[in-house]
Design a binder for this molecule. Structure first.
Ligand code: ZN
Length: 275
């Protein structure tokens, strides 16, 4: 299993610094944020991006993310497909084979069937584009606020209907917890379809008040990580775990110190979850 550092955890770092910090701490991969890639590519070429990861022992993992890919019309819909092409090219240059797709907030009048139908159609079109680049699309359900795909159950239903080898899921334990996904839903999710596993924890149990900034190092919060891990483990081995936090206190930390500390928490939590 690969250990990953998501660029959102280290917001104080540039992409190049993320690679150095991850390497220093002992991570295997870096999950890429689109804003850091955009900043890098303002000053560098795709060839420089390839070289950055060729030079390092740390490899590029999932690009986070194509945001709000579903429930779009006309120009906006066409833009999502254009963005898919763009991020696939960037993923290939970085040596990554995964792009995360984040669903849109739920429009007040949207029916469940409409959300499923639209999401399936979009993901199939994105899958066709990604296939040309040998890239996989990972659908991430969002458990906070009222997002259109909120639970593992809902995401899995869409993935099954999409029915493509290169379309799978992100299981983010924070969204799993806040969105009210059930542990039983993990049993029916093949581990090879969990393309990306986001590890973290939630600071407190007042679910309706939780926001991304309340994510904390895994093991320090209230998410039943061991239970989740045990269920995942029962189905088989997952590919990777990536630490995805958005915590302003951590962004104040010295970057190498944050890298080292975070790696210890990830390793310790993973060892307990996936024994
Ligand atoms: Zn996530």
């Amino acid at each position: 299993m690969l250990y990953g550092l998501n660029g959102s955890t280290t917001d104080q770092c540039t992409l190049e610094e993320d690679v150095l910090v991850a390497e220093h701490a002992g991570y295997d991969v870096v999950e890429l944020r689109t804003y850091k890639l955009e900043a890098f590519l303002k000053e560098h070429t795709l060839d420089d991006l390839t070289k950055l990861f060729e030079r390092s022992s740390v490899k590029a993992d999932a690009i986070n993310a194509i945001e709000f890919f579903n429930l779009k019309q006309g120009e906006e819909r066409a833009q999502v497909l254009k963005d898919t092409e763009k991020w696939c090219q960037i993923a290939r240059a970085a040596g990554s084979s995964y792009i995360i797709a984040v669903p849109s907030p739920r429009p007040p009048d949207a029916a469940d069937e409409e959300i499923v139908k639209d999401s399936v159609q979009m993901l199939q079109e994105m899958s066709d584009i990604a296939e040309k680049y040998q890239v996989n699309i990972a659908l991430e359900f969002i458990g906070i606020q009222d997002f259109s795909v909120k639970t593992l159950e809902a995401a899995r239903k869409i993935m099954n209907k999409v029915n493509r080898v290169n379309v799978g899921l992100v299981l983010d334990v924070f969204h799993f917890y806040t969105g009210g996904s059930s542990l039983d839903a993990i049993d029916d999710t093949p581990p090879e379809k969990i393309f990306v596993f986001h590890i973290n924890d939630a600071e407190h149990a007042r679910i309706e008040e939780l926001e991304d900034k309340d994510r904390i190092f895994p093991g320090l919060g209230v998410i039943p990580l061991k239970e989740i891990g045990k269920r995942v483990q029962k189905t088989g081995q997952i590919r990777m775990v990536g630490l995805e936090l958005f915590r302003p206190d951590y962004w104040e930390m010295e970057k190498y110190d944050l890298g080292e500390q975070s790696y210890r928490y990830v390793k310790e939590a993973s060892d307990k979850m996936f024994v």
